[in-house]
Write a protein that binds this ligand. Structure first.
Ligand code: ZN
Length: 137
């Protein structure tokens, strides 16, 4: 992946994780990654429609997974796809918590561990500084 592609993905995402919405500028101690939405082991696709910006926590927990299990219905569902789906259709912000609204949202929130205690602590701190929830356009 070339530098221009990387730059494009960072700018398109407005420098925030496309899964948990954490802003890179809110977490300068973390290095965000350009990740493959469908991992390369499943599909060799470096096109911009298969790339997303992800914080290291989301990136690590997602790994090469394409699907997971909705903890409520136990349905196997594909993970949230930031290019094809709209974040607000699948998730909602409740204070520091990110709640899944749909089977896709719940499965993704659980697999990517959006609400692990240390991540809640970061969002609570950001909330104090009025940097969470992120401002939408
Ligand atoms: Zn994230």
């Amino acid at each position: 992946m070339d530098a221009a592609t990387r730059e494009f993905v960072h700018t398109r995402s407005r420098h925030r994780c496309e899964y948990c919405l954490l802003l890179q500028s809110s977490a300068p101690f973390l290095t965000f990654h350009v990740e493959h939405i469908i991992a390369s082991q499943h599909l060799q696709d470096d096109g911009i429609d298969n790339l997303a910006l992800a914080c290291p926590d989301c990136n690590r927990h997602k790994g090469p997974n394409l699907s997971s299990v909705d903890p409520l219905t136990l349905q196997i569902v594909t993970l949230f796809h930031p290019r094809r789906e709209r974040w607000t259709d699948h998730f909602s912000v409740v204070n520091a918590n990110i709640a899944g609204l749909t089977p896709i949202g719940r499965a993704t929130a659980k697999l990517l561990r959006f609400n692990d205690p240390e991540r809640l602590a970061i969002r609570e701190a950001l909330q104090q500084m009025d940097e969470w929830p992120p401002h939408r356009h």
